[in-house]
Design a protein around this ligand. Sequence first.
Ligand SMILES: Nc1nc2c(ncn2[C@@H]2O[C@H](COP(=O)(O)OP(=O)(O)OP(=O)(O)O)[C@@H](O)[C@H]2O)c(=O)[nH]1
Ligand SMILES: [Mg+2]
Length: 281
Amino acid sequence: MFIHWFPGHMTKAIRMMSEEMKVVDSVIYVLDARAPQSCINPAFDEVIGNKPRLYVLNKADMVSQKEVIKWVDKFRRQGYKCIYSNSISKADAPVIVKNLLELNEDLIERYSRKGVNKTVRAMVIGVPNCGKSTLINSLVREKKTVTGNRPGVTRGKQWVAIGAYIELLDSPGVLYPDFKDQEKAMRLALIGSVKEDVVDCAELAIEALKYFIKEHPEELLNRYKLDEVKENALEVMEDIGRKRGVIMRGGELDYERIAKIIISDFRKGYLGKFPLESADA
Ligand SMILES: Nc1nc2c(ncn2[C@@H]2O[C@H](COP(=O)(O)OP(=O)(O)OP(=O)(O)O)[C@@H](O)[C@H]2O)c(=O)[nH]1
Ligand SMILES: [Mg+2]
């Protein structure tokens, strides 16, 4: 086990979410398109209860459109409303708003029969760093929420008005209350959802390499100009280190620095537009 957890923090955060859930009509559930299944937090279901939810596969620009669409179809087959978004561009904003309004159609209709324009309130939830705050910003003209490429940027709750009749509640990212599934933990760590100080970066890079050796060796070959991609992840890591000259003073390979290069390359999308999880599985 190489990722350790602080269940107490998460339990507290879930309790806060449950409290806020009472004042919203629906939920925008943000998932990182690179690992949608791992972004499904089993603890959220109970919190959401029967409030309608809209799944948004965010960071859709980081995977091929073909793969995102497969995921969208999968969630729709499960009976959920689901769309994808690149929240850095504002191009998907109208689709998000349209789907949120559709999600709350019955409620809006009920109020309008009484002659009232209902303000739709939705909580934006998801694991840390999946782009919740960025998504909210994509819907407003000027930046309202603080964003950053590390987990735990949003601390408290924050309401943001989108036009006259929508209010979104930004929330801090929440991880699973317990973390027995290390495969999922690894994917969440790779997409930057887990704080660096609880992850062993050399082990994480090895796990990433195992995935690329198996699924997309050509990406390693091209990116690091390797002569071949060996089967053993540690050997591949060493080859990458030698090619890049990542060597310490005594001439030894600097494993930690090599690991950081590999992880950073993955996060920047330099290793191709592949989701870590396939919707076909
Ligand atoms: N490529 C890409 N990057 C994105 C997208 N959405 C957000 N990001 C980036 O992802 C990082 C995290 O974004 P945030 O909006 O801070 O994520 P968050 O979910 O609010 O994170 P916490 O508040 O820490 O839980 C930032 O560097 C964003 O620029 C997207 O659609 N595409
Ligand atoms: Mg945030």
